[in-house]
Design a protein around this ligand. Sequence first.
Ligand code: ADP
Length: 501
Amino acid sequence: MPHPFRTRFSFPPLPFRLTLIVLFLLFGCIPFFFKGTVLTRTFSQTTLENRQNEIQNRSRILSTKLTRAGYLKNTVEQDAALNTEMDTIASVYDGRIVLIDSNYRVIRDTFHLAEGRYHVAPEVIRGFRGENVNGYNGELHYLLQTTPVYELSAEGDSFGDERTVEGVILFIASTEKLLQSLNDAGSTRVMFDLITVLLLIPLTLIVSMMVSGPFRALRNDLTVVAEGDLNHRVEQNAFTVTRQISEAISTTIRRLKDAAQSRDEFVSNVSHELKTPITSIRVLADSLMSMEDAPVELYKDFMNDISGEIDREAKIIDDLLSLVRMDRSAVRLERKPTDMHGMLEQILKRLRPIARLSNVDLTLETVREVIADVDEVKFSLAITNLVENAIKYNVKDGWVHVTLDADHQFCYIKVEDSGIGIPEDQIDSVFERFYRVDKARSRETGGTGLGLAITKEIVLMHQGSIRLTSTEGEGSCFQVRIPLLHNESAAKPAAGKEQAE
Ligand code: ADP
């Protein structure tokens, strides 16, 4: 069932390289943005605050000096020095210092514009109340500071508790130049940032090309493979991930090639196997037709052979169909708890007539009765093939011994015989499709070379395993092991129950 969210919110695929470029530029520019806005603003604010503190301090020092000099009481010799100091301070801070006496009359103006006039601004009034007023006019760009000037106390200093404010210093400092220099520095920084961002663009293009390059190469390689060239080498080792993808793709291609090769082999084997009986039929039919006045017995004899070949063809086709069905219905095993002893008894009962033909002794030993989860039809076919082979490839008056055993996890079925055995170097090959050790004998006994392949397939479908041990001239032993799988399938001891005939 498809995931509801996955189907509803599926985004269209993004172009890889463009996404990389956008991400690189974004992350590259974010620091400049922060530096440009946040840091610049903080820097301007701090500079203004510092300037404010400076003029406040200057005003206080000046106020103390004015008090000590009795400036407001007009001591002429000291006025000249203090006047120069006021002019200097005012010019250093690009400002104007105005000194107002207790009658709100301007007695000193560094601009010499307001002397003798009255100045009754609210800040001045607050100054006369003993307050230090400061402020910043952002529109007109100036800092304002009013500082009270006290009369000299009886102790000769200006720090008494009960002091009279004799005057007020009004200090106005322009911030135009300060802001201008800040702006200039800002513009330089913006220029620098702009150049950096401009340099970032080609850099981003190069880096994105380097990152996306191996992936694009992988895509191109895959396109070649998808077009059918399974021999195309896929090897992109620039990044760990591309190397891992390359390896995974190479493994998949190798498997595809193996599958294609085994399919080709299978098809050629199938054609060969199907052709053999047809060739025999043709030879038989041709020789019959070439004979004039052949006796009826010969006809019967030949027709008998032809019928045998047709049976063989039918058997090959049946076995092939079983194999193909097994491939397709691997997931559709109809498993159910099955009494394995009963199943084996049935198989042996069916095969006894064949065993009797060559006087082969067929026995079943059940060490432990067991119920296992199997697809009874398919599993019967697998064991039937083993027992049938054990009879077919046996010696006259030989024996076949079938054993059933189990533990808490697995069911074990052993098929032993006293037959001709299998050469050691061919033990693995006998499970391959159409493989036969002795073709003539297999044909004689009606074998198709598919029996063991079918058995192995069925055992694997049951998550089991099959083992073969054999000695040429002595006999073979096939051991099948399958998991019991379900809880009720516990084995119960059968005290060496044995059945023989
Ligand atoms: P077939 O139809 O030829 O019996 P199988 O796939 O069943 O095909 O077996 C493959 C080959 O393995 C047989 O042709 C035979 O040579 C060999 N073989 C199988 N079982 C035995 C056995 N019990 N003893 C000796 N040879 C065997």
